[in-house]
Write a protein that binds this ligand. Structure first.
Ligand SMILES: Nc1ncnc2c1ncn2[C@@H]1O[C@H](COP(=O)(O)OP(=O)(O)OP(=O)(O)O)[C@@H](O)[C@H]1O
Length: 366
């Protein structure tokens, strides 16, 4: 879909910002360019829509050499989202989103109708459409930026550190939202970040750039974490790579154990003597609220006294989520929740580690 052929970019007489880049980007997938600052990620991205021209080499989109396509036309066929949302401050949100369709000749009413739909697609309330960008939070502005990039329904979406200016919680939400959107839209997305975690969460494939504009490794995220090709990639991926790799290992085989549940409206626990272990307090829907320690059952008289729980393990997700739930739980028991958020049982770190080891032995033997 997007193909770099021996592409080099040199600004003035500096050393090349991008050096002999050869890369095939698959249609309908998310490809992430990741690497330290100044390694040529943005330059590579911008060469795809001719915001930057290569010094040598060619780039093809759908088999067509883009140097033969007018830059303005090419740019309108690709959505572009950047770090600062880049919204026009004096236009309402709705008019910002409608900008490109209007340039492409869509009548104003139709463009605004479609823009309103897109706000919904990216999870924004329609009332926000009449606001100005400065009246939105950073996360909302980024969502508008994504809506605007999608407005002309381009097959290719270029995203340059779109989520790096928002706080980690909003960032995680935006990442999930992008993955959800991509399931429906199946765009060809090229995404730049310097955050390896973001790259492995989002990327179907990840291109790790090294200092000096060299492509160090291009592979699926699992492979980059499991088998970095050289010292540079290993160093960039970081010390937690073994743990992060667990994100790609299926957790369905993790044994689930029953746990004693106490309904919040029955605190303090009337059966304070039961098996002596930790008990999990749940709300009326069965969602976990916190723990009642074995030796303090009589003292816990309401939900405010509960010992806060650790992270939750949505059943059947990755070993990483399962292990993190177990390790972060004050009871040493990771709480598994079903699709409706109800406590479904608990998982134990030792058993998860045994599964990890079994999977390793199986890989080694195959
Ligand atoms: N317009 C420009 N003129 C001159 N040099 C530039 C220009 N744009 C980028 N460079 C240089 O090219 C190199 C690569 O920059 P680029 O922005 O592509 O890297 P990056 O990996 O995206 O970095 P960052 O993560 O910091 O944005 C850097 O040394 C940068 O200083």
């Amino acid at each position: 879909m997007v193909r770099f052929r021996s592409v080099t970019k040199t600004y003035g007489d500096a050393a090349p910002a991008v050096r002999d880049l050869n890369l095939d980007i698959g249609a309908g997938s998310i490809t992430v360019f990741v690497g330290p600052s100044g390694c040529g990620k943005t330059t590579s991205l911008r060469m795809i829509n001719r915001m930057v021209e290569p010094t040598s080499g060619t780039i093809e989109v759908d088999g067509r050499d883009i140097s033969t396509v007018k830059a303005a036309q090419l740019r309108r066929s690709m959505g572009y989202v950047m770090q600062s949302s880049g919204l026009l401050p004096h236009r309402t949100v709705l008019d910002n989103v409608a900008t490109v369709p209007r340039l492409n000749g869509t009548p104003r009413r139709e463009a605004r109708r479609r823009a309103a739909e897109l706000l919904d697609v990216v999870g924004l309330a329609s009332a926000l459409g009449e606001r100005y960008p400065a009246q939105l939070s950073g996360g909302q502005q980024q969502r508008v930026g994504v809506a605007r990039a999608l407005a002309a329904d381009p097959p290719v979406l270029l995203m340059d550190e779109p989520f790096s200016a928002v706080d980690p919680v909003v960032r995680a939400e935006l990442q999930e939202e992008l993955l959800r959107l991509q399931k429906e839209l199946a765009k060809t997305i090229v995404f730049v970040t310097h955050d390896i975690d973001e790259a492995t969460i989002l990327g179907d494939k990840v291109a790790v750039f090294a200092t000096g504009g060299r492509l160090a490794q291009y592979a699926a995220p699992e492979e980059i974490l499991r088998a970095p090709v050289d010292e540079f990639v290993a160093g960039f991926v970081g010390r937690d790579r073994g743990f992060r790799h667990l994100s790609f290992q299926d957790g369905t085989a993790v044994p689930l154990h029953p746990v004693q549940l106490i309904a919040a409206d029955r605190l303090p626990d009337p059966a304070a003597t039961v098996d002596g272990g930790w008990a999990l307090c749940v709300d009326s829907d069965g969602a976990p609220l916190g723990w009642v320690p074995a030796d303090r059952r009589a003292e816990i008289t309401g939900t405010a006294d509960l010992v806060p729980g650790g992270s939750l393990y949505p059943q059947g997700t990755s070993l990483r989520r399962a292990l993190d739930a177990a390790l972060s739980s004050p009871a040493g028991l990771g709480v598994a929740v079903d699709a409706d958020g109800r406590a479904a049982g608990v998982v134990k770190a030792g058993e998860i580690l045994a599964l990890i080891e079994a999977a390793r032995l199986q890989r080694a033997g195959s």
